[in-house]
Design a protein around this ligand. Structure first.
Ligand code: SAM
Length: 465
């Protein structure tokens, strides 16, 4: 065993020549076509990623064995490297900063046949995704093993296409919340020994009946599967790498379960300042969230629009602007409970790594400067303040949507003016609900909402007055 200084962050272990323990043919030699493949792709540098299960070398397909046996060096986590000890020439432990190490591989490992070991399917929440992103797919060959998801579904008798998968690795457990719906099947990837109990708490908080199955070390000699009903009693700890399968009982909670915007008003924590259900649904349709898009919710109130935007897709993001601290707290609570999104701590860095929700406590237009460019803007408060709509229009890229709701005559007048100058759609939304009047029933009208919907074009909107 020697240390190698070529890769500063990695420890190298050189093992003796590969030995054979099987009669299986292992044609992996440095000159075999399979072993050559990794370096042959895309010119000088290539890497093969081999997925390995808990059953180790015995469970590998021939192509994976050939790649490993022919490799000059095999990189992986300690757990995976232990599974191939004695079968490969040299191993290196991955450093902590995987993305940086991956980007450096063409320099640190130039001219070497390189194999990276990963658990199960490397393209499912695995190192394969990092390597193809950093190096480009043409330089990475992936040989997957069954993923832990496939193995869990096999044990549970659940079709893979009928489950929702949520990873808590590096993400808050709150992300599971919105997936816990009546009749749902959810697989939670956890990296914590108390993962099952944390899932149990989320299930019971929502008043759902459910069975939790904890599946540990799937596919290997130490595999263990235990079923627990979700109730008040804490669940036992388990292996750090486990899947917690949640089978929610059929029942009520249908409205919160729906993916379609227009959650009932009663589901929100609010002081009453909330865009009401029907108007909220119409507003979301106008805002038209797409995966990965960023919304500015100006005058976020209780977070009605913020929450529904975040629920539209796991990648949707929001900057919520609200001057009142008590309402900002409602935005935070509703986003966490109904969308499973935890707001970034105040003062956290902006940018892609900032998380899906940032709450800015302040007034528009003062606080708008310097915020990340939105794909859509909703103005639910502050539209009549000079400069607010101008500032929002100025930052929207072509194809961006601006939606402004007005209840007062003063704000409505502002929207009429903008519509005259900049076009778009101006509409009035008038909702009435049937309510008892004595022994009869009558429609009681809610305050009508005037809505201006504007989509930005490539040329800026320059109002001429
Ligand atoms: C009608 S509420 C919005 C409700 C929200 N869409 C919801 O569904 O929860 C309007 C909000 O705008 C906020 N507001 C008023 N003027 C503002 C300004 N200049 N900048 C930011 N927010 C403002 C108010 O504090 C109020 O909470």
């Amino acid at each position: 065993m020697t240390n190698n200084t070529r890769h500063p962050a990695a420890a190298i272990h050189v093992t003796p020549r590969p030995r054979r323990r099987h009669n299986h043919p292992v044609p992996g030699s440095p000159s075999s076509p399979e072993a050559e493949h990794a370096t042959a792709q895309a010119g000088a540098f290539g890497v093969t990623v081999v997925g390995i299960g808990e059953d180790g070398w015995d469970g590998l397909a021939d192509a994976a064995r050939e790649a490993l046996a022919g490799a000059d060096v095999v990189l992986g986590g300690a757990r995976q490297l232990a599974l191939v000890a004695g079968w490969v020439r040299a191993t290196e432990a991955w450093p902590r900063d995987l993305a940086a190490a991956a980007a450096a591989l063409p320099d640190t490992h130039a001219g070497r046949r390189l194999v990276v070991l990963a658990s199960g399917d490397p393209m499912h929440y695995g190192v394969g995704g990092t390597l193809t992103r950093v190096l480009g797919p043409g330089r990475v060959r992936v040989l997957p093993a069954p993923s832990s998801i496939s193995l869990a579904c096999a044990r549970l008798g659940w079709p893979v296409e009928g489950v929702t998968v949520v990873s808590t690795l590096g993400r808050p457990y709150a992300a599971i919340g919105p997936e816990l719906r009546a009749d749902a099947r959810v697989l939670v990837l956890t990296g914590d020994e108390d993962g099952a109990d944390r899932v149990r708490r989320l299930v019971t908080e929502r008043g759902l009946g459910a069975d939790l199955t904890v599946l540990e070390r799937l596919g290997g000699p130490h595999e263990r599967v235990r079923v627990h009903p979700a109730g008040p009693a804490a669940l036992p700890r388990h292996d750090r790498l486990a899947i917690v399968a949640v089978r929610c009982a059929p029942g009520e909670h249908r409205a919160v379960a729906s993916q379609v915007p227009g959650l009932p008003d009663e589901t929100f924590a609010t002081d009453g300042v909330l865009t009401k259900q029907e108007v909220r649904a119409i507003t979301l349709a106008a805002l038209a969230p797409a995966p990965g898009e960023l919304l500015w919710d100006v005058g976020a109130g209780s977070g009605g629009i913020t929450t529904e935007w975040l629920r539209a897709d796991l990648r949707c993001r929001v900057v919520a602007i609200e001057p009142r601290a008590d309402r900002a707290a409602h935005v935070r609570a509703n986003a966490e409970r109904l969308a499973g999104v935890v707001a970034s701590p105040a003062g956290a860095a902006a940018g892609a790594a900032a998380g899906r929700l940032r709450i800015v406590e302040g007034r528009a237009p003062d606080v708008l400067a310097g915020l990340p460019t939105p794909d859509a803007v909703f103005v639910g408060g502050g539209a009549s303040i000079p400069g607010v709509i101008d500032a929002c229009l100025a930052v929207l890229p072509p194809g961006g949507r601006l939606v402004v709701n007005a209840v007062t005559i003063e704000t409505e007048a502002v929207l009429v003016d903008w519509h005259r100058r900049a076009g778009g759609r101006l509409r009035r939304i008038a909702i009435s609900h049937a309510e008892p009047v004595g022994s009869f029933t009558a429609f009681r009208a809610a305050l009508p909402v005037t809505q201006w919907v504007h989509t930005t074009r490539s040329e800026p909107v320059i109002p001429t007055g």
